[in-house]
Design a protein around this ligand. Sequence first.
Ligand SMILES: Nc1nc2c(ncn2[C@@H]2O[C@H](COP(=O)(O)OP(=O)(O)OP(=O)(O)O)[C@@H](O)[C@H]2O)c(=O)[nH]1
Length: 317
Amino acid sequence: MAAAAAAEVAPAGAGPESPAPPVCVLVLGMAGSGKTTLVQRLTAHLHSQNSPPYVINLDPAVHELPFPANIDIRDTVKYKEVMKQYGLGPNGGIVTSLNLFATRFDQVMKFIEKRQNTSQYVLIDTPGQIEVFTWSASGTIITEALASTFPSVVVYVMDTSRSTSPITFMSNMLYACSILYKTKLPFILAMNKTDIIDHSFAVEWMQDFEIFQDALNQETTYVSNLTRSMSLVLDEFYSSLKVVGVSAVLGTGLDEFFVKVSEAVDEYEREYRPEYERLRKSLVKIYKYFTHRQCILGSECQLVCSSFPSGPQLLKV
Ligand SMILES: Nc1nc2c(ncn2[C@@H]2O[C@H](COP(=O)(O)OP(=O)(O)OP(=O)(O)O)[C@@H](O)[C@H]2O)c(=O)[nH]1
């Protein structure tokens, strides 16, 4: 039974002889959507299946982590010290802490590489202020470093109980859509807190335009007209989404969650890996060009290239 369950969560391509590389699961979402609780629940679930994940916390401002993190940004960067030293407010402190951490991300990559025979999954919890990760250079560097080396997927956590109004739901989906474009990775929408409200209403809204229109008909503001038009535009986005309902608190929906992760890994291998391979090679070329000219961009490129474990090897070619 346990073996069958473990097989169910094995990433695509895993075989008995050669362990597949770990799958990086980047957990993003609005503040309070339940990212940390979900990472905690996923960690416990994988441990119970004898498949302990490698867990990384990228939130420098979190007070207490409810799970043991293998790598914790707070061990490297003290966010309050950063605020003092650079005269920053809380958000500036978080962004700068993540930037500082990103400059050493090559070391994190080496740690993950070392664990690739023992961990099938790398779970990554991100800062509460979602834009700190999704709209910063460091977020891009970290995402691209991971995705150019390991199969990687994004899990966007949505607070279902706070998305019962069609307009709030639409705002959340527009945000999710922008993250899809920004991260360029397979995307799973985890509708969390299904212990409070079942997510079937949201799935219906995504699948049936008329049901969503009916819900909107109770709204008469200008925004509702805009939302009506936007829902048509988002139809294409919805069709490519992998949706799963979970309760991070109760631990329900996790088997289906891992099925979606497995599908997302297949999608990564098929559609995203070639693009990331190209990206890595072109970064190395840029690095060579600028270091030859010894200009300031050279050191920035070095930072990006050094994030890729095989970057230095490629440089020798
Ligand atoms: N009922 C219910 N509450 C949940 C669930 N998941 C998380 N919560 C609660 O939602 C609140 C926020 O959860 P967190 O896991 O801290 O959310 P987060 O997205 O990591 O928060 P930030 O890092 O601050 O953005 C906490 O009070 C959790 O107990 C769930 O599945 N059901």
